[in-house]
Design a protein around this ligand. Structure first.
Ligand code: SIN
Length: 310
C-alpha cells in the first residue's frame, strides 16, 4: 500500500531524460539537459498529487562534478528533513547515475527513499522512456518498504551500491552485477525480491572546505607501463584505483610504478575490469582490494576515505 497524502519532491539535474532533438530529426542526435523538471512531470500521465519540483542543475551527466554532488546532497537533505516529505526523486543522466547514487548513499544514507531515474531516449523521442521511468520512480518513492538511495530504470529497482550502466543503448541499460535488482515494478507497484539495504552515513566524513583530493583511475592492459602513474604523482594525486585484469592483477611495469607511488604517499587500491565478481584480498597482496565495487565506485570510496582522514 502506497503512502498517501505524502509529498514527493522531484529534483531535476538534466540528462537525456531532459534532452531534446530537432523536430523530425534523428532522435539519436540530441542535446541532453534541455527541459526543466516541471516539463518532464507534465509529460507523465497519472502521477499522484503532492509532487513538488525543483531544478537543482541542468547538466549532461558526463560532466558531473563534485560541486554538483554537494549542491544536490544539500537539497536532498533539506527536503527530506520535512516531515511532510515521503521521499525524493532525482532525474539524472544515465552516464554517471551510478556514481551519484553511490556517493549520496555513502554520505547521506537516508532512511527515506531517494530514487534516481533517467532515460535512454530524449524527451522528444517518438516513444520516450523517461515518462514511464519517472512515474515508476515516484511509485517507489511512495512505497513504504523503500529506503536509502535507489535507482529505477526500465521497470527494475536497484540499490545504489550495485547499480551500473551496462549497455550503451538498450532501454534496460542498467544492471546490478551479481547482486541483481532489488525488485521490479509490476502493475504500477513495486514488487521486492529483497529488502533495500539499511546503511548509516559515513562516520567522520564532512564536506571539505576547499578542493577535493585528487583520486584517479588507471587501467592495466597489455603493454601498460608506469608513465600515467608517474604523471599523476607529479600532478599531486592522493589516491589511485588501479583497474586490474581478472581478479585485480596488474601488469608488472604498472605495478612497479604503483609501488613507487605508494612509497611517495599515494593510496593505491585494486579493482577489476571484469563486469562481474569481486576482487578479494589474499595473502601477499600489497594493495587493498575494492571488493565488489566497480572501478568508478571504488574511486568514490577511496575519495571519501581520504576526505575522512584529511
Ligand atoms: C547524460 O548522462 O546526461 C546523458 C546520457 C543519458 O542520460 O543517457
Amino acid at each position: 500500500m502506497q503512502k498517501t497524502n505524502a509529498v514527493v519532491v522531484v529534483l531535476g539535474t538534466g540528462g537525456t531524460i531532459a534532452g531534446t532533438s530537432a523536430p523530425g530529426g534523428d532522435e539519436r542526435v540530441y542535446r541532453a539537459a534541455q527541459l526543466g523538471v516541471d516539463d518532464l512531470l507534465r509529460a507523465v500521465p497519472g502521477l499522484p498529487p503532492g509532487l513538488v519540483c525543483e531544478q537543482v542543475v541542468q547538466v549532461d551527466s558526463k560532466d558531473m562534478s563534485h560541486g554538483v554532488w554537494h549542491r544536490l546532497a544539500e537539497r536532498i537533505a533539506f527536503h527530506l528533513a520535512s516531515p511532510a516529505v515521503a521521499g525524493v526523486v532525482v532525474t539524472h543522466g544515465t552516464d554517471t547515475l551510478e556514481e551519484t547514487a553511490y556517493f549520496l548513499q555513502r554520505v547521506l544514507a537516508p532512511v527515506k527513499p531517494v530514487v534516481l531515474t533517467a532515460a535512454m531516449r530524449p524527451a522528444t523521442a517518438a516513444l520516450p522512456d523517461g515518462p514511464r521511468n519517472l512515474r515508476d520512480a515516484v511509485t517507489v518513492a511512495l512505497d513504504p518498504k523503500a529506503t536509502g538511495v535507489l535507482a529505477v530504470m526500465a521497470g527494475s529497482v536497484f540499490a545504489a551500491r550495485d547499480v551500473r550502466k551496462a549497455h550503451t543503448s538498450r532501454l534496460d541499460a542498467f544492471e546490478a552485477g551479481d547482486a541483481g535488482p532489488l525488485g521490479v515494478l509490476e502493475a504500477g507497484a513495486a514488487v521486492w525480491r529483497r529488502d533495500p539495504p539499511r546503511d548509516t552515513p559515513l562516520a567522520g566524513w564532512r564536506w571539505p572546505e576547499g578542493a577535493w583530493p585528487r583520486v584517479d583511475l588507471v587501467t592495466s592492459h597489455a603493454g601498460a607501463d608506469g608513465a600515467l602513474v608517474q604523471a599523476l604523482c607529479a600532478l599531486g594525486t592522493r589516491g589511485i584505483v588501479v583497474v586490474g585484469t581478472g581478479n585485480g592483477t596488474v601488469h608488472e611495469a604498472l605495478d612497479r610504478a604503483l609501488h613507487e607511488a605508494r612509497a611517495a604517499g599515494v593510496t593505491v587500491w585494486r579493482s577489476s575490469r571484469c563486469a562481474n565478481g569481486a576482487v578479494a584480498d589474499k595473502p601477499g597482496d600489497d594493495f587493498p582490494a575494492a571488493g565488489d565495487l566497480t572501478p568508478a565506485k571504488a574511486r568514490i570510496a577511496l575519495l571519501l576515505e581520504l576526505m575522512r582522514g584529511a
